[in-house]
Design a protein around this ligand. Structure first.
Ligand SMILES: Cc1ncc(COP(=O)(O)O)c(C=O)c1O
Length: 388
């Protein structure tokens, strides 16, 4: 990615925050950030938050998800499923499209029951899900849709930004993301009723209902304001640099890049491919070792969902956090007296995700300098030639 660009603005805004009453300045700066984001993300409400997880949770709280409710999520990363459990709801995993690496709308349709209360779709790696189909299914069943846009700041579908397509968009400014403030994020709300309802989630006043402290600190907002315009260039740069990887695998039929639908402009937080060398008799471990020897040492050995390092790569429902009902100490949310359904987080639940996840060959673009990306892409190409 582009080396991050700083100016005096970061320091001026930080100084302003340090020099004045931090409490009132914090709120003012955070409101300024919301106004700035609103210009690019015209929605009913923009709420700066401390993280994408906080944004997801606020969206679920606003909808009113609670014990006994099911929310459909994807099985590649843990975040959507975990956020559902924050509200003691039951995550129901839909399968993915192995080429697009995003949730398969038909699988969402098949998972809907009378207990389904919402859908969360994650735009993996910067490529937006098939939202027209997802929104049509949601409309048929009167379900709100939450977009997890942690990978897809400034990503487009039919010229519209991710986060403006469903009812809610949840963004991350964490240390791995293109716009990084260390921690942080924001929430877009594209529905008047939810925008009004979400007001209780601002921590600090006496709320009508329990709320969590997900407010973005002013010091973080100051950095985000200063970085906002630059971030558009970082994303464009990643989009361009991703071509190096795609070109590196051109002509190779055993590493297939994520298929980006033609309606999409991908933000390429991560470049992803599917490794099919095993189907050609190419040993995966030998391939990975050669990649490293050839200088492409940043490729994750396979896509290990965040937070599960050390475990075999698999769809997240096979990890203990979901498989064993211990999110809340008394067996909830699945073994909960309010829950009238039955979910089994077992092998065979999402066959396409089970095929895909262990074969994913991913590399993050965001925090890596151009020179290294060039070196990794050359290393990838050299390794492919060696095994072809
Ligand atoms: C797809 C996705 N959703 C949510 C999150 C959580 O983001 P945050 O660290 O801002 O809570 C991440 C973090 O990397 C992510 O990749």
């Amino acid at each position: 990615m582009a080396t991050r660009t700083y100016s005096n603005l970061e320091f001026d805004l930080l100084r302003k925050w340090l020099d004045t009453n931090q409490d009132s300045t914090s709120e003012k700066i955070t409101n300024e950030l919301a106004e700035l984001i609103l210009k690019d993300y015209p929605s009913n409400r923009v709420l700066p938050t401390n993280s994408c997880m906080g944004s997801l949770h606020i969206a679920l709280q606003t909808i009113g998800i609670g014990p006994g409710d099911e929310v459909i999520v994807d099985p590649i990363v843990t975040f959507a499923g975990m956020s559902v459990m924050y509200q003691n709801g039951v995550p129901v995993f839909a399968d993915v499209d192995t080429n697009k690496m995003n949730v398969n709308p038909e699988s969402i349709r098949n998972r809907i029951t009378e207990r389904t209360k919402a859908i969360i779709c994650t735009h993996h790696f910067g490529s937006i899900c098939d939202m027209e189909e997802i929104l049509a299914i949601a409309k048929e069943h009167n379900l709100p849709v939450i977009e997890d846009c942690a990978h897809s700041l400034f990503a487009l579908r039919n010229n519209k930004y991710a986060g403006l397509l469903g009812d809610f968009g949840c963004f991350s400014f964490n240390h791995r993301k293109q716009l990084s403030t260390g921690h942080g994020g924001f929430l877009t709300i594209n529905n008047e009723e939810y925008a009004e309802k979400s007001k209780f989630t601002h921590f600090g006043r006496i709320p009508e209902r329990i709320n969590w402290n997900y407010n973005m600190p002013g010091v973080v907002a100051a950095l985000a304001i200063a970085q906002w315009e630059h971030a558009k260039n970082y994303v464009k740069k990643d989009h361009d640099l991703a071509k190096l990887y795609t070109e590196a695998v051109e002509g190779c039929d055993w590493i297939v890049p994520q298929q980006i639908p033609e309606q999409n402009w991908c933000a390429y937080h991560i470049w992803a491919g599917v490794y099919k060398g095993d189907e050609k008799g190419i040993d995966y471990k030998e391939f990975m070792n050669a990649l490293r020897t050839n200088g492409a040492d940043y490729f994750l050995p396979s896509f290990i969902p965040y937070g599960t390092f050390g475990l075999e790569p698999s769809p997240v429902y096979l990890y203990p956090i979901f498989k064993e009902p211990k999110a809340y100490t008394k067996g909830c949310p699945t073994a909960c007296p309010h829950y009238e359904g039955e979910v089994k987080y077992e092998k065979g639940l999402c066959p396409d995700a089970e095929y895909l996840v262990p074969r994913m060959l991913n590399t993050v673009l965001s925090p890596i300098e151009d020179e290294r990306i060039k070196r990794y892409a050359e290393g990838l190409n050299k390794t492919i030639k060696q095994f072809s």
